[in-house]
Design a protein around this ligand. Sequence first.
Ligand SMILES: Cc1ncc(COP(=O)(O)O)c(C=O)c1O
Length: 352
Amino acid sequence: MSKFWSPLVHRLTPYVPGEQPKLNDLLKLNTNENPYGPSPKVIAALQVEAADTLRLYPDPNSDKLKSAIAQFHGLQNNQVFVGNGSDEVLAHVFHALFQHDQPLLFPDITYSFYPVYCGLYGIQTETIPLNAAFEIDVEDYLRPNGGIIFPNPNAPTGVPLAIAKIERLLKANQHSVVVVDEAYVDFGTESAVHLIQQYPNLLVTHTLSKARSLAGLRVGYAVGHPDLIEALIRVKDSFNSYPIDRFAEAGAVAAMQDVDYFNSTCAKVIATRTLLVEAMEVLGFSVLPSGANFIFATHPKHDGEALTAKLRAHNIIVRHFKKPTRIAPYLRITIGTDAESERLVNVLKAIV
Ligand SMILES: Cc1ncc(COP(=O)(O)O)c(C=O)c1O
């Protein structure tokens, strides 16, 4: 605390990211990173970029990256916004597209950065409880609001929401923006991206941190109607002209273009998830249906916090949330390789 802090800073409750410990022989299943490295084409593109041209600023509009994203999704460049990780994209969304005098609606159990942005930008909020099966019930969102946001699949539960339900919400909620955060969509959840052609109130955000194995490069994007994109560009150009550096643009373009590599690593993660869920159910865990590269699991005889500590004693790190209390019995476990799953299951077998 300092007398030099602004009143806003005194009131802030910042986001706490999952830890990145530097231990040997650590099995790190706590921050939903991809167990496979990025495409070899990404590494080659980064090597080319390590050149004299680094003395020059990057393209402030990231046109090549916008084109690669537009091409991947079958869109126009003016339907694409890019940023330094989807967290930055989301920050601009909260600033640019949510009405600040009416409550923003989001689930009570969701990505814990959303309330942090609301605190930063002074946005009112109303949290909507997930139903007993930890699902989003869109009927609960049909009420006055300054915007709606949720991840699909949801985090940290991994539970997907059907596209027909998202469409129902878009039709019923035409006076404010609905943001679908598809950070984990590529691991078996149906994307809403095609709906942006029909619904000017829909914005979909993506990240290259998960399915494209580039958490270290910091690239994310949003797609939506050009009017929504223009609002984001206005905020971005009032904040930082160059959020995407030369490496980030070159690597991200290569990642978006290597569709075969992307498809094959996503398929491997999904196959490992199926095996892991089966093995954990044999051990007595119940696991929520997951459309993500992580699972949310609980054991009737073991406390979530204690299980997390026991795994840690075996150098395996998973994520545990104490709040809300409804999710305290659960562990969020990132899907690794088959060999990593085997190590996890063997340790769990010994514990339970
Ligand atoms: C639901 C959700 N959205 C967005 C992000 C942000 O991802 P990034 O900033 O790495 O693009 C995360 C990261 O874990 C997430 O879980």
